[in-house]
Design a protein around this ligand. Structure first.
Ligand code: RB5
Length: 125
């Protein structure tokens, strides 16, 4: 089966996660367009959500991935686009479930509060 075309964007809060996701995807044979950002310097997350959502809505890309500190801002911004179903997920099972059950076409990930980043512990609980 042909692999879907992917586009990924992030703000500064998801930069490190985005780098890891891009490396993981490429090592598994996926082609992914990385629209940035490219450092932890502060940027506005809706700019990246808009670009990723536009590429998916237009059909230029099959699926999008967005990262920010929480994943929530990106999902809210992306879901403003008719034709986008964006969901924040915290582990691989939820990612698979929402793709199959909700036809999600934009995956939103948190630079913190995901179950991959075992090094983070929220002191406020
Ligand atoms: C940026 O500080 C932060 O607001 C952003 O990364 C995102 O989590 C918003 O929902």
């Amino acid at each position: 089966m042909e692999k879907p075309s992917l586009i990924i964007g992030t703000d500064h809060g998801g930069f490190e996660l985005k780098e890891a996701v891009v490396a993981h995807l490429k090592s598994n044979g996926y082609e992914v367009e990385d629209i940035g950002c490219y450092s932890t310097e502060s940027v506005d997350y809706p700019d990246y959500a808009n670009r990723v959502a536009s590429a998916v809505v237009s059909g230029e890309k099959d699926l999008g991935i967005l990262c920010c500190t929480t994943g929530i801002g990106m999902s809210v911004a992306a879901n403003r686009f008719p034709g986008i179903q964006a969901a924040v997920v915290t582990d691989a099972d939820l990612a698979a479930k929402t793709r199959v059950h909700n036809n999600t076409n934009v995956l939103c990930l948190a630079g913190r509060w995901n179950h991959v980043d075992h090094s983070y512990h929220d002191p406020t609980g």
